[in-house]
Write a protein that binds this ligand. Structure first.
Ligand code: NDP
Ligand code: HSE
Length: 446
């Protein structure tokens, strides 16, 4: 057997601890699969007193020194955040060390710089754990589907928000109560901002869009809305349409339609109604799932545990085996593929559909005035239903579902509706994503 592949682990928290455990427990299998022993030679942390149970001699607080130590071949980074992770990984890559990272924040912010450093030195950069935890998703996009044309990747990539929305859907709970339960059960962190405001999903959307469309997409290119404003009334409205509400990350390649003008990439995160008949609607609790549509392959779905120490460590170990095999074979895995360099479509120009529920005065001519607002913005109405009486005497509730229109036109329509005297209030505005299925309750086809 050839000489061992020597690994430095940066960070030993929720994920890092499980990486250490799997390397230790599976030493013989890993060696057989790689063709060389995989040896942990150092673990960098901030507070070594918390890690007294680790094998003596492994721990260090000199993380920068560990990365470039002569006895390190592969650097596994599970610290998180932008700095010092970026500088550490650049040092590793520039000096030819392979890198495995779970750091979606860094990859979405500056993955291009890391990829360039990897290309310059011929080192590997693998990051399967950065999106969807245990779910094998990035390598299928990057390798298995490299011969196909992906048209859309849409999914549930944040377990915390999916837990909250699933609880709201199944129990009728409000957002606050569902968040409280998620916190009590350990799904939501003490500061759940990155999850509930959509930033975690936006980082993952940037990574997915980059791989799917061979274009560098950064977190700042992703339109991002979280779930704080989703109400139990929204959830009830969705149920009436045969839908549920999910926080979706949607990455699409959208044809411009004009000859010679390139397609654009749309990457966006927001809560949206999806038909209950869609496989993503059945993804409950803290699970993740990603639906991939490609020209030749058709529709594919990837499902599993999107977070947690052991599931995430499983993906890290898969990458570690891959880069270790490459080192043993004297080669490297696929480079970053950003050749298409497609433009990013602004959210305002992206075609979406809205569901709007509003209280209006119930008298002659009201519907015509409201329809006129939609027409004025070039928005076509797909279905309207007047549902019983409004909250006040003489009022009615209207539910309107539109056809697809540029998002800015839909938003402007809602703004103008809110200004009308005959509109008493707007109860709920949500996007509707058919995702290839039919939203049927109002007789609306995609
Ligand atoms: P934790 O906060 O649990 O652990 C972070 C670790 O990094 C700790 O061991 C900490 O040391 C160490 N650390 C922090 N700063 C430094 C530093 N400057 N120098 C050396 N060590 C440092 O994070 P997680 O394990 O939860 O997450 C790690 C990465 O994995 C993140 O990028 C995260 O986004 C990603 N990820 C996490 C998932 C999860 O379910 N937790 C799921 C998917 C991805 P000390 O222990 O001494 O404080
Ligand atoms: N906080 C994330 C989630 C897990 O709730 O899914 C790490 O990506």
């Amino acid at each position: 057997m050839t000489k061992s592949v020597r690994v430095a682990l940066l960070g030993c928290g929720t994920v890092g601890r499980q990486v250490v455990r799997l390397i230790d427990e599976q030493a013989d299998e890993l060696a057989a699969r790689v063709g060389a022993p995989v040896e942990l030679v150092g673990v960098a942390v901030r507070r070594p007193h918390k890690h007294a149970d680790l094998r003596p001699g492994l721990l260090t607080t000199d993380v920068a020194g560990l990365v470039v130590r002569d006895d390190v071949d592969v650097v596994v980074e599970v610290i998180g955040g932008i700095e010092p992770a970026r500088s550490l990984l650049l040092d590793a890559l520039k000096t030819g060390r392979s890198v495995v990272t779970a750091n979606k924040t860094l990859l979405a912010e500056d993955g291009g710089t890391l990829a360039e450093a990897a290309d310059a030195s011929g080192a590997d950069l693998y990051f399967e754990a950065a999106v969807g935890g245990a779910i094998p998703l990035l390598r299928p996009l990057r390798e298995s589907m490299a011969g196909d044309r992906i048209t859309r990747v849409s999914g549930i990539v944040n377990g915390t928000t999916n837990f909250i929305l699933s609880a709201m859907d199944s129990s009728g709970a409000g957002y606050g109560d569902a968040l409280e339960e998620a916190t009590r059960l350990g799904y939501a962190e003490a500061d759940p901002g990155a999850d509930v405001d959509g930033y975690d999903a936006a980082s993952k959307a940037a990574i997915l869009a980059s791989l799917a469309f061979h274009t560098r997409v950064r977190a700042s290119d992703v339109h991002c809305e979280g779930i704080r404003s989703v109400t139990s009334r929204d959830m009830a409205a969705a149920a009436t349409l045969g839908c549920t509400i999910k926080l979706l990350a949607i990455c699409e390649q959208i044809p411009d339609g004009r000859p010679g003008v390139p397609d654009a990439v749309s990457a966006r995160v927001y809560p949206a109604m999806i038909p209950r008949s869609h496989p993503l609607a059945a993804v409950d609790g803290a699970f993740n799932a990603v639906f991939v549509e490609a020209e030749a392959a058709g529709q594919l779905m990837f499902y599993g545990q999107g977070a947690g120490g052991a599931p995430t460590a499983s993906a890290v170990l898969g990458d570690l085996v891959a880069v270790a095999r490459n080192r043993v074979a004297g080669g490297r895995g696929p480079r970053e593929s950003a050749y298409a360099s497609l433009p990013i479509q602004p959210m305002g120009e992206t075609p979406t559909r809205y569901h709007i529920s509003l209280e209006v005065a119930d008298r002659a001519g009201v519907l015509a005035t409201i329809a006129g607002q939609f027409a004025g913005h070039g928005v076509s109405i797909a279905a309207v239903r007047q549902q019983g009486d409004g909250a006040a005497a003489g009022d009615a509730r209207l539910i309107i579902v539109t056809h697809r229109a540029p998002d800015a036109a839909l938003a402007a329509t809602v703004e103008d509706l809110a200004e009308l005297d005959i509109v008493r209030g707007i109860d709920s505005v949500l996007r509707v994503e058919d995702l290839g299925r039919t939203v049927s309750a109002l007789g609306v086809a995609g």
